[in-house]
Design a protein around this ligand. Structure first.
Ligand code: SF4
Ligand code: SF4
Length: 473
């Protein structure tokens, strides 16, 4: 922001216009952004294509089942051949931490690139406006001409087609979200036969309405007024953060040039306003970095194409740090920035934790709880008996047959668990067992005792639980 009291200390910024000239489009004007090709446009298409995973992911099968499924009713998360239970919720926490820190690290390095290239709001808006510009005109003038044209069959047809396509995309968005939580193919059948569960209808209705309104009508206003990340991102910036910026020293004084004309008194900017025309949020980047900028780089593509046409070097508008642009200091390399190093460390720890979790997930969860009241009983034959509750959770995707045994205590015998125990996938089996020991063999108050559960069908699983045997001495 330019401070009139302190202009000498920020001389380069003086070139920018006052903050009161910021292009904050509060929704009064509809932005019709021109579309141009270029390297950042290609990058945006690539970023957008990642969302195909959202639409197609639920249909991927693995071992005869949906590969990725958030099974809320059974409190399980299936990820290919791994099933995560609430007991392993720490992995979800680490995963969320990883993505939160990744977002912070990326923002610190290159600003709101998430907004510009991946965010669902900007991606869906881009698709919606692409449809709109194809049908109603790809410049503000053409759009206005279409709007003010008398009602005709063609105009009604175009408007109907636009809203139909918008609604289809909105419904597919809602259906795809629901499909991550239930069998995707069955969900389609349930919707078409009107047999879907109430939560599925609610999800579909909410996502359809939300997508249609947010991407079709509110567009960049969602970023301005509703997005919490847009409010937070500025605290992640520093003077080394790369942002799309206009090189005012090189560009000013701006001025129009006739074809072939060279005017050494003027800067590189020919005031063609192409950078403004392509901006999806209606910003003039020449007024400096602004709140509404989603760092999509479209203005860079636009200006580069103009520089090419006027035989000037590209980069009048480019990704640049504050330091680079104002020649105060050299930018610090990414790996030497303390903020990025701390983010990187947390990223490595959380990623390592998630990888460890996935590679060391136990296929079962085994727990042995000794009875406390009483600690032991003495039977009529004089032997000492302890009572235990055994709980075993089958985290595999197949039924298992389990045989229990004990070890580690000479002479101890296990009672009440003679038969094989059948446990369905995702189920906990709870049993009561007794361990007996001749009185003469009990030579200490607490003796170590190991319970072992051998899974005798399917995978070679053997789970041990170290417990204890209580005696009178
Ligand atoms: S100013 Fe440039 S980078 Fe920022 S939103 Fe507009 S086109 Fe994208
Ligand atoms: S596109 Fe480049 S040359 Fe044209 S107005 Fe924008 S900054 Fe100036």
């Amino acid at each position: 922001m330019t401070d009139p009291e302190n202009k000498s200390s920020i001389s380069t910024i003086d070139i920018y216009e006052d903050v009161s000239d910021w292009d904050v489009n509060a929704g009064g004007n509809k932005v019709v952004a021109k579309r141009m090709t270029g390297r950042f446009r290609k990058l945006k298409w690539f970023g957008m294509s990642v969302w195909l995973v959202y639409f197609l992911g639920p249909y991927v099968r693995w071992d005869g089942q949906q590969a990725v499924l958030f099974d809320i009713p059974n409190r399980q998360f299936h990820f290919f051949n791994v099933t995560v239970y609430p007991q392993d919720i720490w992995m979800l926490s680490l995963t969320l931490l990883f993505f939160a820190i990744l977002l912070a690290a990326v923002t610190s390095i290159a600003g709101r690139v998430f907004c510009g290239y991946f965010c669902f709001q900007t991606v869906w808006t881009d698709v919606y406006t692409w449809i709109e510009t194809r049908l109603e005109g790809d410049t503000p003038q053409k759009a206005m001409k279409f709007k003010s044209a008398p009602l005709s069959a063609e105009k009604v047809g175009r408007i109907t087609l636009k809203h139909s396509l918008w609604l289809i995309i909105a419904m597919l968005t809602g259906l795809s979200f629901a499909a991550w939580f239930t069998d995707a193919f069955q969900l389609w059948k349930d919707y078409f036969t009107l047999q879907a569960a109430m939560p599925a209808w609610i999800v579909l209705a909410m996502f359809t309405a939300g997508t249609y309104v947010f991407a079709g009508f509110m567009r960049e206003q969602v970023c301005f007024w509703l997005c919490p990340y847009a409010r937070l991102q500025s605290v992640m910036y520093d003077q080394d953060t790369l942002l799309p910026a206009y090189d005012a020293e090189r560009g000013e004084p701006r001025g129009k040039l006739k074809k072939g004309q060279v005017d050494s008194a003027k800067g590189s900017c020919i005031d063609c306003r192409m950078c403004v025309a392509v901006c999806p949020t209606g910003i003039d980047i020449r007024k400096g970095q602004q709140e509404g900028c989603i760092t999509c780089g479209m203005c860079i593509d636009a200006c580069d194409s103009i520089m090419e046409k006027t035989n000037q070097p590209k980069g009048l508008v480019r990704y640049a740090s504050y330091k680079e642009l104002h020649h105060n200091h050299d930018s610090i390399p990414v790996f030497k920035r303390p903020r990025v190093m701390i983010y990187g460390l947390i990223l490595m720890i959380s990623f390592g934790g998630v990888v460890y979790g996935f590679t060391h997930l136990s296929p079962t969860e085994f727990q042995v709880v000794p009875e406390r009241q009483p600690l032991f009983v003495q039977l009529s034959d004089g032997s000492i008996q302890n009572k235990y509750t055994l709980r075993l959770l089958n985290k595999t995707q197949h039924p298992i047959e389990v045989q229990y045994r004990i070890s580690g205590l000479e002479g101890a015998t296990l009672h009440g668990l003679d038969d094989l125990v059948h446990i369905e996938p995702g189920r906990i089996n709870q049993l009561t067992a007794f361990v007996r020991l001749e009185e003469d063999a009990v030579n200490q108050a607490i003796s170590p005792l190991i319970f072992t559960a051998d899974v005798i069908n399917g995978p070679d699983i053997q789970i041990r639980y170290e417990s204890m045997f209580m005696g009178p001495n």
